[in-house]
Design a protein around this ligand. Structure first.
Ligand code: 3PG
Length: 209
């Protein structure tokens, strides 16, 4: 079973939002090639359940595959049935957290204020996605860690190669990265695949520095 330790080891969670379903497997391959082995596909992406299922079958333990923007327990359950190994969300819904825990799947809800962060943690979340992280910046994590040192935090929103290290140094256990890594607006072709591998490598290197 996938654990939080597995996600921490890699440190970068790639967010695939709204990609063309035909390109998702290639994207996973490019990310893996660049050293990023954890990714989530957001639930509004077309054919997302089939994509999760396919990636789990193809990559088995090589990749950790999650579902993102999971706003309710019903959606969490379908993602879990398709093979999602973690459930990511921009918000806190205790019922969604409970659903993930029922199936032994990692729960990463999104929260911003200390009260939301603690509420999510007490509801059983494994890690809290601090979102949108760029609003307050890396220093905010350190401030939260003062009174709430026990809660693992994963800042997401506005993370780049240039600021990732600062977030880690201020206490993040991992980061979620969308547009600065997986640019689903670019047309998908070999050139973009190579560019994605390069960006993934740059993030992996910056994380491990
Ligand atoms: C998302 O849920 O899409 C994330 O917040 C990604 O944010 P980013 O594109 O700024 O990394």
């Amino acid at each position: 079973m996938t654990t939080i330790q597995d996600i921490k080891e890699n440190g970068v969670v790639a967010i695939i939002r709204g990609a063309d379903p035909e390109s998702i497997e290639d994207m996973a391959e490019a990310l893996l090639e660049g050293g990023v082995r954890t990714l989530e596909i957001t639930m509004e992406t077309p054919n997302v359940l089939a994509a999760i299922e396919k990636l789990r079958k193809t990559y088995k333990d090589e990749l950790i595959v999650g579902a993102g923007t999971v706003l309710d327990p019903e959606t969490a359950r379908s993602a879990i049935m398709a093979g999602a190994q973690f459930i990511f969300a921009p918000t806190v819904n205790p019922e969604t957290i409970k659903m993930a825990k029922r199936y032994g799947v990692i729960s990463i809800p999104g929260a911003m204020t200390p009260t939301e962060i603690l509420t999510a943690y007490e509801s059983g979340a494994d890690v809290i996605k601090v979102f949108p992280a760029n609003l307050f910046g890396p220093r905010y994590l350190k401030d939260i860690k003062g009174p709430l040192p026990q809660i693992p935090l994963m800042p997401t929103g506005g993370i780049t190669v240039d600021n990732i290290k600062e977030y880690i140094d201020h206490g993040a256990v991992a980061v979620g990265v969308g547009s600065a890594l997986v640019n689903t607006k670019n047309p998908w072709n070999n050139e973009e695949k190579e560019a994605l591998t390069k960006r993934a490598r740059a993030f992996t290197d910056a994380y491990q520095k």
